[in-house]
Design a binder for this molecule. Structure first.
Ligand SMILES: [Fe+2]
Ligand SMILES: [Fe+2]
Length: 400
């Protein structure tokens, strides 16, 4: 059997990592509009897994002497199709297109690669792509179950079918996710299908009551009420994940590493939210007993993505440390080991997030040719958080 040569393999890997990156960005853009709470968590995890796969493929490409995989040809082969996929109208259509269309094609491409490569020469690729294929397959398995759960009506099933078929035709027209076939003119979506992104509001499913304003912080001496408030507040961090998802999608043309850091940040905020959920449950409650507030996502969307990201990192996260350290010490004194450890892990993540803020805000300013100085942007963002934040603890931390 004649195996594809290294030149062909390199070309394929370049395309595959780009599909992983940009389809994950589209998932991020849709995160606020995905209705089912558990699905938000899954999507937040998957978009991070996708960027991790992209990183591993890029590392392999580097070994294969490719320093800059994002060539104009690769970008031109992937981005126009992703833009068309962004015109899905319903969250279940988007999930069908990305999982049963794009991810299915990626999983198949990894399996094809593995079946036809040299087990000794190309062993490092085998290691990476075996893991990538099985991770994609489990993501797809999740999506199949999710679609059965949410798109059970005949009309919805029809839309899922139609969008999946359309996505597969679209991918074929690009010349496949490996870019190995000649491309043809991309198909146009059904009439009335144009992008609904970016989303101005974050959706919550029908189990939740939604309110605009966050909760007042109870007195710290009221230990039970304060601990419950603390971890219910963590569940509101889904809004931070949703803002980061919007940044992942809306900021176009940045270096790949930016998307890698934002995807991790987005997943971290989902984890903080889950940490809140788990602790609330341990305290004898369910999160649906408490209204979710979604106003902080909504007002941040009024600003451009650079400012949104600066508000999160330079203000909200940076200014939260004093309260978090105080809370950590209180839990240690109270012998509440579980709460103390949860806060400690959160502080560790938040330290990274703030560092990423200093790494990327300046670059985002350059990218959008911002005329104000960094100091002016930070003052503007601090004022915006003070004026608009619907979480009382965020407002009082930002007063400094
Ligand atoms: Fe967080
Ligand atoms: Fe954070």
């Amino acid at each position: 059997m004649n195996l594809p040569d290294s030149k062909q393999r390199i070309a394929q890997l370049k395309h595959l990592q780009a599909w992983e990156t940009h389809s994950a960005r589209l998932l991020g853009g849709w995160l606020p509009a995905i209705r089912l709470w558990e699905a938000k968590h899954e999507v937040g995890l998957h978009l991070w897994q996708d960027l991790e796969t992209s990183r591993e493929i890029r590392t392999r490409l580097w070994e294969l002497r490719v320093n800059r995989p994002d060539t104009a040809a690769v970008t031109a082969g992937v981005l126009p199709a992703i833009q068309i996929l962004a015109s899905a109208q319903y969250d279940f259509e988007l999930i069908a297109g990305i999982y049963l269309g794009v991810k299915q094609a990626l999983a198949q491409a990894y399996r094809d690669y593995l079946a036809k490569t040299h087990t000794t020469w190309d062993a490092p690729s085998i290691d990476i792509l075996t893991r990538a294929a099985s991770q994609k397959e489990s993501q797809i398995e999740w999506a199949e179950a999710y679609l059965q759960q949410v798109a059970y009506k005949e009309t919805d099933q029809h839309l899922v079918q139609r969008w999946t078929t359309f996505t597969r035709e679209l991918i074929d027209a690009t010349g496949s996710v490996t870019g190995e076939n000649p491309s043809i003119a991309l198909p146009t979506p059904p009439p009335g299908y144009s992008s609904r992104l970016p989303f101005g509001e974050a959706r919550r499913d029908s189990r939740f009551k939604v309110q605009l304003q966050g909760f007042e912080r109870p007195p710290v001496e009221d230990t039970d009420a304060h601990t419950l408030w603390q971890f219910v507040s963590y569940t509101m961090e889904m809004q931070a994940a949703e803002t980061l998802g919007s940044v992942l999608w809306e900021v176009d043309g940045m270096d790949w590493e930016f998307y890698y850091d934002i995807a991790r940040h987005c997943h971290d905020e989902c984890r903080h939210c889950k940490m809140g959920e788990e602790r609330v449950r341990e305290l004898g409650h369910e999160i649906h007993e408490f209204p979710q507030f979604v106003g902080n996502y909504a007002w941040r969307q009024i600003y451009d993505p650079m400012r949104r990201y600066a508000m999160l990192t330079y203000i909200i996260e940076q200014d939260s440390f004093a309260l978090k350290h105080e809370t950590y010490k209180n839990y240690v004194q109270l012998n509440d080991h579980a709460s103390a450890e949860a806060i400690l892990y959160d502080i560790i993540d938040e330290t990274m997030h703030v560092r990423w803020g200093t790494k990327w805000v300046g670059k985002l300013m350059e990218h959008q040719k911002e005329t104000l100085s960094l100091d002016d942007i930070i003052s503007e963002c601090r004022q915006a958080v003070l004026d608009n934040s619907l979480a009382p603890a965020q407002r009082s931390s930002a007063k400094k």
